[in-house]
Design a binder for this molecule. Structure first.
Ligand code: GCB
Length: 616
């Protein structure tokens, strides 16, 4: 464990030194913070006029034409060509696409601005500006000074505000947001989802003392024999904490009041490793999503949150949770509220999406194809849904470009850093349907190994594809060597043939590992009823699932470990242009864009119920 801890910290150090933002502060909700959500002002800037001058050179800091500077005219003679005022209002958090029709297809730069006063709680504290996510590139300025830049549309970041920069009143905060797609970014130019732009998650001022615990982890020590531990009722807990600065000689305490446990550990350098025993822990599981309030303290400063303890592992062809085999009754989910054509972000949104998953009788969700908001993984913790969490290394990115690998590693690190204390997360996925080649396998296996180093307590996976060869469907992607489970996206009966072909399909899987269907699905328009052979009908979609399930059960009796149909709800996709049945929507949802359940929803619900009843 210690080795793992040290390598995780080392990787983090290398990555952070290469990037502008400060190390992530985890669990901002459990710390003193003030929300900067609400109404901001905006300027749409398709030509990047606020960033570049007329020679297309980045504007100097104090340039009056730079949109990070306040251009409020001080008198009628002052030249000014930008400004922030009503009615140019926009809500944060929220994508811009859903807020005004002019933004529906917009890809480019939008400048966001708001004022704020120094919170009273900031006195004597260090203040950080925290963003849950901005898609894709964010340049952040405060009172005319650049705090930094962040790339990556689905991960959190923060900047420390220099003390001398923060004023008592009317701090002028500007964020340049650019959601243009680029070949050398992650994701790349080509995705089967909508490129929602904007400040899509919460913005906060986080107040911390000069010395504080920036990141920490506490979990069941993954090395213990969980069956023996359960028998004895004695568990090993392990983890670590990392301070914002060296604090050798000081101590960090870990307290779990409900277990009447309080332990102290001496800091070495800026970090500390935990190791202790706990009796009679109620383990976290979908049936009993037990969470304990855990408090980490450094001197008078403390941070607490609810953490669950569980062990996930594989044994041969089985996935094992807390010592017992588990079948993943999953569903894939995009972070989108279809009824309003917008990104999901709030606790209410998480409850809607995960509530639907519960209704479907799921015990697991695949959060596709990028890290979802922290609200999703926290609600999953409390509802008892196991989670597959993924970075947007999707389809054909620039695998041969070392800078792209750096970007992928950074997103992987940011995903793991924010959520490593979520018991719900059982799988880190390093990508989806990446095309087999030696260069790509080197790239992807590097990520898989890194995920293991960052967090040795979870399974690592990637959604693979089938090799459709003569007569036999081959699952032999060399990346399968590096993943803990073989996860397969598979659409026999939709993109090829008809569902009837599932009856005769032959399969060959190269790995003796748990076999998980990370995607399968067919389109079905809610309310379109026809013979089951009619594509896009609800009947076709229902039939598709019936045949698929029979095929998996028959072909893989030993290794079939779960399935996450594609997908919970219809979602926006610019790639779906059938004028009768799609009109810009991928309609593979079990639930329609208006929130109605299709026949396939009930088919999967009944299938999962049967599994639950059999397991009883
Ligand atoms: C896939 C992709 C997913 C698509 C889906 C589809 O294999 O992973 O992002 O949306 O297929 O509907 O074709």
């Amino acid at each position: 464990m210690k080795k793992l801890f040290i390598s995780a910290i080392a990787i983090l150090g290398v990555l952070l030194s290469a990037n502008a933002q400060d190390a992530l502060i985890v669990n901002t909700q459990g710390r003193e913070h003030v929300s900067l959500n609400g109404t901001w002002h905006y300027i749409v800037d398709p030509y990047d006029t606020g960033f570049y001058d007329y020679r297309f050179k980045e504007r100097p800091e104090k340039d009056a034409g730079a949109y990070w500077n306040n251009s409020e005219p001080k008198g009628p003679t002052q030249w000014t060509e930008h400004g922030y005022k009503a009615p140019y209002n926009i809500q944060v958090p929220g994508d811009w696409n859903s807020q005004d029709h002019q933004f529906l297809y917009y890809e480019g730069t939008v400048w966001y601005q708001r004022n704020f006063d120094r919170p009273s709680a900031a006195v004597g504290k260090d203040v950080y500006l925290y963003f849950g996510a901005v898609n894709y590139e964010a340049h952040v300025y405060l009172n005319g000074k650049k705090l930094g830049m962040h790339k990556g549309g689905f991960t959190a970041f923060n900047f420390k505000i220099p003390k001398e920069l923060l004023k008592d009143k009317d701090n002028f905060l500007v964020v340049r947001v650019d959601n243009r797609r680029h070949a050398d970014e992650i994701p790349t130019v080509n995705t089967d989802w909508w490129n929602y732009g904007g400040i899509t998650r919460d913005v906060e001022l986080v107040m911390v003392p000069e010395h504080f615990i920036q990141q920490y982890n506490l979990q069941l020590d993954p090395s213990q024999d969980i069956v023996a531990a359960k028998k004895k009722g004695k568990y090993k807990l392990s983890g670590w904490a990392k301070m914002n600065a060296p604090a050798a000689g000081a101590k960090v305490s870990v307290e779990i009041p409900e277990l009447k446990l309080k332990k102290e550990f001496a800091i070495q350098g800026d970090s500390v490793a935990f190791n202790f025993e706990a009796n009679k822990i109620g383990l976290w599981s979908p049936e009993s999503p037990k969470l304990y309030q855990v408090k980490f303290a450094l001197g008078n400063e403390s941070v607490s949150e609810k953490i669950g303890f569980r062990k996930i592992e594989v044994s041969g062809k089985k996935i094992i949770l807390n010592g017992s085999q588990v079948f993943l009754r999953g569903i894939s989910i995009h972070e989108e509220i279809p009824q309003q054509i917008r990104r999901a972000h709030s606790v209410k949104d998480a409850n809607q999406l995960l509530g639907w998953a519960k209704e479907l009788n799921c015990n697991m969700v695949r959060l596709a194809h990028y890290p979802h908001s922290e609200n999703m993984t926290r609600v999953a913790d409390s509802l008892g849904l196991m989670v597959w969490s993924e970075i947007p290394v999707y389809w054909t990115i620039e695998f041969g470009n070392p800078e792209v690998l750096v970007k992928a590693k950074k997103q992987l690190t940011e995903m793991v850093t924010r959520d490593r204390n979520r018991a719900s997360i059982i799988i880190w996925s390093v990508g989806n349907e990446t095309p087999v080649s030696p260069t790509r396998t080197t790239f992807m296996s590097t990520l898989a190994k890194m995920a293991k180093k960052l967090d040795g307590s979870r399974l690592v996976s990637a959604a693979l594809e089938v090799g459709y060869n003569e007569g036999v469907n081959h699952v032999d992607d060399p990346l399968g060597e590096y993943t803990d489970i073989v996860a397969l996206n598979e659409y026999l009966g939709w993109y090829r043939g008809t569902p009837a072909d599932c009856r005769t399909a032959k399969w060959s899987v190269a790995y003796d590992k748990p076999f998980f269907i990370s995607e399968t699905g067919a389109e079905g328009n809610f309310g379109f009823h026809a013979d089951k052979t009619a594509r896009f009908s609800e009947e076709y979609q229902e039939w598709f699932y019936q045949e698929q399930i029979k095929m998996f059960e028959n072909q893989f009796p030993d290794s079939y470990s779960g399935i996450s149909p594609w997908i919970l709800a219809d979602f926006r996709s610019p790639k779906r242009n059938n004028p009768t049945y799609q009109e810009g929507w991928n309609t593979k949802g079990l639930i329609s864009k208006d929130g109605q359940k299709k026949k396939a929803f009930y088919a999967m619900q009944a299938y999962y119920k049967k599994i639950v009843d059999k397991e009883k």
